[in-house]
Design a protein around this ligand. Structure first.
Ligand code: XMP
Length: 326
């Protein structure tokens, strides 16, 4: 029988044996998986770990701060932050194809990560040590969906698995590779991570970049960030957050529809709400959230986000729909 205590003990031992006196780096995404993987490795080897957080500007409201403040406060981990919004926006300019977006974000991410990594290597090398390992918060469903599992097709290129360069010089430490999300949360709680991090809904590595249907621009990101913050806040307040696996909020940036506000005709963008219930993200059903909650989210978004004049609900299960729209 699986217990979190045994799992942590076992992994701590394994990681210590594997790492010896080398140094280890870990990319934080702001999500649960990388946070728990980092906290576990931190438990095993302490200061031999340095975390790197690439702020690609595709985060949701408040997410960067959560990594920079809450995670560091609860773990005491060494953290290097790279603020690179402009770089990612430049790289994404003109791109509308979903897979091209994912590959572009993945590629830029690795470049920035490598530069930040150099910084870490230099500081560690001063103490005369080597950096030999890279931690990744890969879970079992990531392994399967990226074609790592038996007979699985490559459905979307998840950038935390498939996007690594072939000439990568690090050995991987993937302590969560056999776990599902609920097990990862249990491990995170046992490691003392705050509920705000452990209870977070999953968020894709490419961030809001794959929730804007159409080209990704700063203006569009700001629109989506506002709508997303409202939906997340109201879901949290309603007490229904625990029933929902995640609630992607998607901006149909290339679609416009006619509306009316006060005495004026509007011609704005639709926002899609995609609340889903799932055990492991491999299959999902659309969540039957209360109408009152959906109405509140819709009213607030159309009232408070100028460019949005319509909110629609995605009622598709997975399959045939994926959870994310891209
Ligand atoms: P789909 O859209 O494939 O999503 O049904 C399944 C789950 O995976 C998340 N997702 C990602 N997570 N990197 C990640 O770390 C990615 O590139 C990525 N793409 C999708 C998605 O949010 C859902 O929970």
């Amino acid at each position: 029988d699986w217990t979190t205590g045994d799992f942590i003990e076992e992994q701590v031992q394994l990681i210590r044996e594997q790492v010896g006196d080398s140094h280890v780096i870990c990319g934080l995404s702001g999500g649960v998986d990388s946070a728990v993987a980092a906290a576990l490795v931190q438990r095993a080897i302490g200061d031999q770990l340095t975390c790197v957080f690439v702020d690609h500007g595709l985060m949701r409201e408040g997410e960067g701060e959560q990594v920079e403040k809450d995670f560091v406060a609860s773990t005491g981990v060494n953290l290097v932050v790279a603020h690179e919004e402009e770089r990612f926006l430049n790289a994404l300019a003109g791109i509308t194809d979903p897979e091209t977006k994912r590959k572009t974000i993945g590629r830029e991410f690795i470049r920035v990560f490598e530069a930040a990594e150099k910084q870490v290597l230099e500081s560690v090398a001063k103490e005369g040590a080597r950096v030999e390992f890279l931690v990744q918060g890969t879970l079992y469903p990531d392994v399967v969906e990226s074609g790592g599992g038996e007979g699985a097709a490559n459905i979307k290129s998840h950038h935390n698995v498939g996007g690594l360069p072939d000439d990568m010089e690090f050995k991987l430490i993937e302590p969560l590779r056999a776990l599902f999300k609920d097990e990862v949360r249990a491990v995170g709680r046992a490691l003392g991570l705050p509920e705000a991090i452990v209870g977070r809904h999953p968020f894709p590595g490419p961030g809001l970049g794959i929730r804007i249907i159409g080209e990704v621009t700063k203006e569009r990101l700001d629109i989506l960030r506002k709508a997303d913050a409202i939906a997340r806040y109201e879901l949290e307040q309603s007490g229904h957050s625990g029933e929902v696996w995640q609630l992607p909020v998607v901006l149909l940036a290339d679609v416009r529809s006619v509306g009316v506000q006060g005495d004026f005709r509007t011609y704005g963008h639709p926002i899609v709400l995609r609340p889903v219930s799932s055990e492991d993200a491999m299959t999902a059903d659309w969540s039957r959230l209360p109408y009152e909650l959906l109405a509140k989210i819709s009213n607030r978004i159309t009232n408070e986000v100028d460019e949005v004049n319509r909110v629609v609900l995605d009622v598709t299960s997975k399959p045939p729909g994926t959870i994310e729209w891209e």
